[in-house]
Design a protein around this ligand. Sequence first.
Ligand SMILES: [Zn+2]
Length: 406
Amino acid sequence: MFARSELLMLTASLAVLAGCATTDQGTRTVGERPQELNSTEASLWYRMDEAEENLRSSGRVIDDPALTGYVDALVCRIAGEFCPDVRVYVVNNPGFNAMMAPNGMMVINSGLLLRAESEDELGFVIGHELVHYLENHALEQHAAARNANITAAVVGSVLSIGVAAATGGVPGQGYSGSGASIATALAYGGAYAYSRERESEADRMGLQLASAAGLDPKAGPKIWNDLLNELEASDDNRRAARANRGGMFRTHPVIQARIEALEEEAASMQGEPADSIAFRAAVAPFINDWLDAEIALRDYGSTLQLIERRIAAGGHEGVFLAAKARVLGMRDDEGDFDHALETYEAAAAYADMPAQAYRDLGELNRRAGRPAEAAEAFTTYLQRVPDARDALLVERYIQTLMGESE
Ligand SMILES: [Zn+2]
């Protein structure tokens, strides 16, 4: 995290190979653009303009005025005078991530919005990304790669991967050959997106930016800690640990060290938790879809950990409980069926349980030999979605089930 595009990760690894030459590019000024057309900076900038154009037409950008209006306003609050230089895109991508390109393009993944519990947490990530931008980290990384005699051809291919990464694909692909789960992606992206020094700087200064905007600095270490917990619960990690391959665990000390540094930093800063009412309202219509994308990654360990955390924190309860039931039903380990049924029933106590979950509840009750309960859930489903594509089928189920329960 957070600036994970494959571009940045790969340039980072090139920089690591190069022994990280020091290439301080200074701090950006408002409205700054590359002066020399043939400079490295200009080439990086225009490549990013191309990537931005591709992103715009990719169909992955969420074009919802309420959501983008909320996110834009928060970014502006944190970016201050740099607000006009930043263009924000909220992108359908289950990866826990955000990135900021040197041309002012900021990308915020839906996977980040799904995970953030508050405006404060989202604000910290935005602050972190803004620091990468303001401190010209991408350019420094790029320059470090050049210092190591990495040829223009290599850098060019890296850039083209960056474009692809910004416009599509499941996060994690390209990070590990198999089972490229979200947790795997964040382990690598998180630890190695930029050099450790630049990540520490982005953490520290990002916290200051967020705190100066009136956000709670404790949200910084918290969101990293949540990330670590999710990573540890990942099926990938468990498999890696079982096979005694070490796997992602090697990156944990890095994340742990960043959490500790952030905790220390946050302790000396002011700030109370934001009310987050506007944040929750902005994301509410999307949570269920974002959970679907997360569940489709089929890393049940980390997904369940994420969902449990959100249930404990409160908010969107019907949506998160129904998602938990869905994951249990898909995983179908011993005891999962009964647990899924119970969890759907718990979700049904909340008005925001998605309509589709009533269909699932009906199906589980049908399989459990509870025709009356099944018919009731199917009926609620049809009341919620009268024009459902499977309405005729579900009506037939209800007729049969009513006959059975008489
Ligand atoms: Zn970063």
